[in-house]
Write a protein that binds this ligand. Structure first.
Ligand SMILES: Cc1cc2nc3c(=O)[nH]c(=O)nc-3n(C[C@H](O)[C@H](O)[C@H](O)COP(=O)(O)OP(=O)(O)OC[C@H]3O[C@@H](n4cnc5c(N)ncnc54)[C@H](O)[C@@H]3O)c2cc1C
Length: 388
C-alpha cells in the first residue's frame, strides 16, 4: 500500500491548481499523488475571468479584452475596463503548463484511473483505484458530477448554467477583438435567463456561446439551432466555419457544499462549492482557495482553514437564484438596468464579492426592488427569519 503526504483526487482545474500552488511554496518537497480518470490532453474548456492584478497564469493567457459589451433588443452599452482586464485561458494550455512544471518534481506522481471509496479516520485518508488502496495524510477531492446534486434539498435553489459554444472562423473580418460581449440578450428568454456570449480571438475568429440559467437542459439540436440562428440573423455572419465546440454545465446553487468529509478529506473546486452561485465563475476562486489551503498546511499542518462569513454575498446569490427560479425572464431587465446605471467595474467587483456594503447598496438601488423583496420574503419569510 503506497502512502503519500497528499493525494489529489481529480486532476482538473482545482486539483492541478492546488498542486501548482504547493510546488511554488515551502510544501514543494511533499510527496503528492494526482489521480484522474481522464488524460487531460484536449482543450475541454476555456476559462474566462477578470482581474486587477497579474496572476500566476499570465504566461498562458490567450487573449485579454479591455471593453465589455452588453446588449438587448433596445439597449446597447460598451464599457471600457480601467483597472480590470477580462482574460481567457484555454484549458489545454493550463494542463500542459502545469504538467510541465510538476514534471520537474520527482516527489509528484500521476495515476490515470477511476477513483472509488474515498474515506478517512483520525490518522490517515485512503482511496481505491482499480482495487488498489492508496493512503495519504490528507486527500483533496475534486470529483464532481452534476447528477450528484440530486435529490434536491428543498431549502436550497438548484439551477444549472448550461451552454454550448462554437469557435468560428469567418473569411472576412467580422469581430472587434478589443471587446467581449458578456451578455447579448437578443434571444427569446422563455421565462429563463438566455443570452449569447461572444469572445473574439481576432477579427475573424470568435467563441460564440449560447448560455442558459435554468433547471431544464436543452437537446443538442436546440443549442445548435440557436447558435446558428444567432450567428446568421443577429450577428449577420453568413459564411463561417466551426473550428471547435465547447459545452458544459455548471451548478448554480446556494447549497452549502461540505468542505470537509471525515477527518482527513477536503473537498475542493466545484465539489467544495467554489462555483459562484449566481454567475458560475470559478477559476479565480479556485486559485484563492488553493492559496488558503497551502497557507493553512504551512501554518497548522492542516488544510481546513477557518471559513470567512459570506452571509452578505450568500444572501445576494440566493436572492438572484430565487428570481431565476421564479421567473428567469425578469433577469434580462435587471441586468440591463444594472449595467446602464453603474460603472462596469463596480459590478464586476460586486460579482467577485470584493465590494463594500455601500457600493452594494448603490447597485441594489439601481435595479427594480420588487423582485428582490419577494426573494427576501421567500428566503427569510415575511417575519425576517431565515428558513434554512
Ligand atoms: C465547459 C466549461 C467552461 C467553463 N468556463 C468557465 C469560465 O470561463 N470561467 C470560470 O471561472 N469558470 C468556468 N467554468 C467553471 C469551472 O471553472 C470549471 O468547471 C473548472 O474546471 C472546475 O474545476 P474542478 O477542478 O472543480 O473540476 P474539473 O476541472 O472538472 O476537474 C475534476 C476532475 O475530476 C476528475 N474525476 C471526476 N470523477 C473522477 C473519478 N471518479 N475518478 C477519477 N477522476 C475523476 C475529472 O476527470 C476531472 O478532471 C467552466 C466549466 C465548464 C464545464
Amino acid at each position: 500500500m503506497a502512502h503519500f503526504d497528499y493525494i489529489i483526487a481529480g486532476g482538473g482545474c482545482a486539483g492541478l491548481s492546488l498542486a501548482y500552488h504547493m510546488i511554488t511554496s515551502p510544501l514543494k518537497d511533499k510527496s503528492i499523488l494526482i489521480i484522474d480518470k481522464a488524460k487531460k490532453n484536449r482543450n475541454d474548456r476555456t476559462w474566462c475571468f477578470w482581474t486587477d492584478q497579474p496572476t500566476i497564469f499570465d504566461k498562458i493567457v490567450l487573449r485579454e479584452w479591455s471593453k465589455i459589451e452588453i446588449i438587448d433588443d433596445e439597449r446597447h452599452f460598451i464599457r471600457p475596463l480601467e483597472d480590470l482586464d477580462y482574460q481567457m485561458i484555454r484549458s489545454i494550455d493550463f494542463y500542459q503548463f502545469i504538467y510541465k512544471e510538476l514534471s520537474k518534481y520527482s516527489n509528484i506522481k500521476f495515476l490515470n484511473g477511476f477513483i472509488e471509496k474515498v474515506q478517512s479516520d483520525e490518522k490517515s485518508a485512503s482511496l481505491v483505484v482499480e482495487d488498489k488502496i492508496y493512503t495519504a495524510d490528507y486527500i483533496f477531492d475534486s470529483r464532481f458530477s452534476n447528477e450528484s446534486l440530486t435529490p434536491h434539498h428543498p431549502d436550497y435553489h438548484f439551477l444549472f448554467q448550461h451552454f454550448k459554444g462554437w469557435f468560428i472562423k469567418t473569411p472576412i473580418p467580422c469581430f472587434d477583438y478589443h471587446k467581449v460581449t458578456m451578455f447579448d440578450f437578443r434571444t427569446p428568454q422563455n421565462g429563463e435567463v438566455r443570452f449569447f456570449y461572444t469572445l473574439p480571438l481576432d477579427d475573424e475568429t470568435a467563441l460564440v456561446e449560447y448560455t442558459i440559467f435554468s433547471d431544464n437542459l436543452l437537446t443538442a439540436n436546440e443549442y445548435d439551432s440557436a447558435l446558428e440562428g444567432h450567428i446568421r440573423k443577429v450577428l449577420k455572419i453568413k459564411n463561417y466555419q466551426i473550428l471547435e465546440t465547447e459545452k458544459g454545465i455548471i451548478p448554480m446553487t446556494d447549497f452549502r457544499f461540505p468542505k470537509q468529509e471525515g477527518r482527513r478529506v477536503m473537498n475542493i473546486g466545484t465539489r467544495g462549492g467554489a462555483c459562484k452561485a449566481s454567475t458560475g465563475y470559478t477559476f479565480l476562486r479556485i486559485q484563492r482557495e488553493s492559496e488558503k489551503i497551502v497557507r493553512s498546511l504551512m501554518r497548522d499542518n492542516s488544510p481546513f482553514y477557518p471559513q470567512k462569513s459570506r452571509f452578505r454575498h450568500r444572501t445576494y446569490d440566493s436572492m438572484i437564484l430565487n428570481i431565476m427560479h421564479r421567473d428567469g425572464g425578469l433577469i434580462r431587465d435587471i441586468f440591463m438596468q444594472m449595467f446602464q446605471n453603474n460603472p462596469i467595474e463596480r459590478i464586476l467587483y460586486f460579482l467577485d464579492e470584493r465590494s463594500s456594503f455601500i457600493r452594494d447598496l448603490k447597485i441594489m438601488n439601481s435595479v427594480p426592488s420588487e423582485p428582490f423583496i419577494t426573494s427576501l420574503e421567500n428566503i427569510f419569510g415575511s417575519d425576517g427569519l431565515q428558513k434554512k
